[in-house]
Design a protein around this ligand. Structure first.
Ligand code: ZN
Length: 134
């Protein structure tokens, strides 16, 4: 089995490290899923494939984190939101490069790829969201 045939969060992060935002698409019903699953949550088909998806979306909901988990202390306060991307995909993540007072539901953001490897972060490269200039 090729690595790309595995619909796992590890594989999702491997794509992220290559600067690609990928979701799992079901070839039976067309549903796109993130986080990845081995079976379509809609129709239980195993006929799946990875597809590259657009990096722009809108903030569906967010919270400001004042008391961060261990390792994220330097960043607080920061915004953590759920972003709706094309294909009805909802992806959670940190929203950066924004004045927290300016954040609003519905704001346009894009996925950025963070290739920094600091020991604060887990070993895999990360993504984050930032506002799109309109
Ligand atoms: Zn399906």
């Amino acid at each position: 089995m090729a690595e790309t045939d595995q619909y796992t969060i590890d594989q999702f992060y491997r794509f992220i490290s290559e600067g690609r935002l990928m979701a799992v698409k079901c070839n039976s019903c067309g549903k796109q899923t993130l986080p990845p699953r081995q079976i379509c949550p809609e129709c239980h088909s195993e006929n799946l494939e990875w597809i590259q998806i657009g990096t722009e979306g809108r903030i569906l909901t967010y919270t400001i984190i004042y008391i961060p988990p261990k390792g994220f202390e330097d960043m607080a306060p920061y915004a953590y939101g759920i972003i709706e991307l094309e294909g009805n995909i909802r992806l959670p993540g940190i929203i950066r490069d924004v004045d927290l007072d300016d954040l609003k539901v519905g704001m346009k953001v894009e996925v950025c790829f963070d290739r920094e490897t600091s020991d604060k972060w887990p070993n895999w490269p990360r993504y984050y969201f930032r506002p799109v200039e309109s």
